[in-house]
Design a protein around this ligand. Structure first.
Ligand code: SF4
Length: 178
């Protein structure tokens, strides 16, 4: 099964790295996507799975605050974090984590190689090495990545996770993922 031309290698990537139109107001750094990251994985025959954008799906494109872009990023990120931690939002978030885990489970069941999960550092949801809280950037994971990491750990899986920021050296960051 699956002995066709596919590489059987995939990487999961934060939604906004492939679609900057989803990101919170005032924080897009590219018109459409991080093309250099996409090209890197395409050139190495690694399929890209676009994760859901938790903020778009749970809070809306404007994150429930049409003035979000007027605040410093970490201040607005902290407000977003508090919204994501509310119980009604957590219920929505759980469906996104489940949807992601379903895909991870399927790829693993059929012997595909999951190269890793790439998040967006500083994000209150998709940060991996850093996130935002108390109006500053801090070490640690965002709400979505934290919930995803817990599910992965609970299954006894070991999937590499890292996050990026626009200024990172892409090749240096991802050479271990190829
Ligand atoms: S970092 Fe995550 S929550 Fe924020 S825009 Fe990107 S995909 Fe959405």
């Amino acid at each position: 099964m699956f002995t066709d031309k596919r590489s059987k290698k995939v990487i999961f990537m934060a939604h906004c790295l492939l679609n900057q139109n989803s990101i919170s107001d005032g924080t897009a750094v590219h018109p459409a996507a991080f093309k250099d990251i996409i090209n890197l994985f395409m050139d190495n025959d690694i399929g890209i799975v676009q994760l859901p954008c938790p903020e778009l799906c749970c809070l809306g494109l404007d994150r429930g605050n049409i003035y979000g872009a007027d605040s410093p990023v970490t201040v607005e990120n902290t407000r977003i974090r508090r919204e994501m931690e509310k119980s009604e939002t957590q219920t929505k978030l759980k469906t996104l984590v489940d949807y992601t885990m379903l895909q991870i489970d399927e790829y693993i069941k059929h012997g595909f190689e999951i190269k890793g999960i790439i998040g967006a550092n500083r994000s209150p949801n998709c940060g991996v090495e850093s996130t935002s809280d108390n109006d500053v950037e801090i070490s640690g994971m965002g709400v979505f990545m934290n919930a995803l990491h817990k599910e992965i750990s609970d299954r006894g899986l070991n999937i590499r996770m890292t996050g990026i920021k626009g200024s990172d050296d892409i090749m240096e960051k991802f050479k271990e993922f190829l």
